[in-house]
Design a protein around this ligand. Sequence first.
Ligand code: ADP
Length: 469
Amino acid sequence: MGIFDKLKAATPKKKPAQVAPVDRMALANMIVESITDGVIIVDAGNSVQMINPAAAAMVGYATPDMATGVNVAGILRFENGEGVKIEDSSNEVLGALARNESFSTRNYVLVNAQNQRKAVAVTVTPTKTGHGEKVITFRDIAKELEQEGEQTEFISTASHEMRTPVASIEGYLGLALNPQCATIDDRARKYLDEAHASSQHLGRLFKDLLDVTKLDDKKVRLHMVPVEMVDLVKQIVDGQVPAMGEKRLKYTFGSTNGMNTSEGGGRTIAQSAYSLVDVDFLREILNNLIENAIKYTKENGAIWVNVRGDSDRVLVNVTDTGIGISPDDLKHIFQKFYRVDNSQTREIGGTGLGLYIVKMRAEAMGGKVWAESSFGEGSTFYLSLPRLTFEEYERRKQIQANTEMMTAAQQQPTASAIPSNGMMAGAPVQSQAISQPVMAPQPVQQPAMQPQVAPTVATNPTAGTIISS
Ligand code: ADP
């Protein structure tokens, strides 16, 4: 017998402790009464059956008894993060209760009976009792949001600060590789080439990180302006034609009206399609999609961009004859940091943030993005945005022009505001009217190649075409 076995044999066996029979109801009550999360149980008619002290305090009632029996719609008043009241018709908590569905959000601010506000995470969970009761929980997330804000701020500052030295490294490596600036042997060139490519990758990573932090930044405001989409999309995509030329990719831009498209054909008649967009966001979306199309398409492949409209939406497609995406990966490509990992993509640099940014930007403008792909044959990325009629476009352009005129007028110092010495106290004199350009200038470049035969693309999902959004 070994020493451990002897010790074990010598140790007296402990009798199991005597536990009083468990009163599960009492324990459940104890939990609900003492937790700091708010819990409300409502019946099928949404009247409060049980509310714990934490929930009563959150909704601004002195005791749970005071809230018992009232209709929950009267105590669940919310605002969004911008302080805008959420009307009952768009209150998703009430919607989930009515439909007996699960729901959760972190985007609501609870307004209590005393009109005090608290950022909360709310969940609605239907019970399985068969009588239609639902459980609503609240968690105070003010601290969480503050910490997330600090994290975002840190990532944003760090990425911003690091971009400058990385740009400088990239610049100097570029100079070292330029035969007109430096003489290096072939071995050194190989190493410097690698270093140059990595510094470029690092620069892109910081840029993407910055973009992602901006997505969560409430200070970034949308600047929606009415635009004609065919011209604007063409103008943006044309900026990438030289990059397509470097990989000898055939590029076609063709715009058609409705589904009346000559699929696979070259140019079609350009029809105007109007929409309301943030031009910087649209540029970010298209640049990301085109960069991907270039990156994931082998030399001599093809890229086709098209803009078309139906009665209520404008649809842009970016189609390539690239490596394609497998059905399994297609489900995830719009997630933050998701990268396809296979023998073909391993060599291609990326951060997995581009399509996440694309999705967030599109949704911020009231649009949608999704993708179809046939593995090994190519992919199509779609962006759909609400369409404006020509009359609505004209009306909004007029409003925009008036607003710009008024802003410009407000920026002009009035005679009475200028002291006799002609200097404004404190503020610098604004001598020029500030107006937002409808479209930021973009270098218009002639396509490197004449439009060629476009790659075949399925406008409607067909068998064998996988869809992801
Ligand atoms: P990345 O920086 O990796 O390109 P993205 O978010 O832009 O990140 O894309 C996510 C993944 O989706 C990529 O890693 C790539 O595998 C796949 N992908 C995106 N666009 C295409 C495309 N046009 N063709 C094939 N695969 C693509």
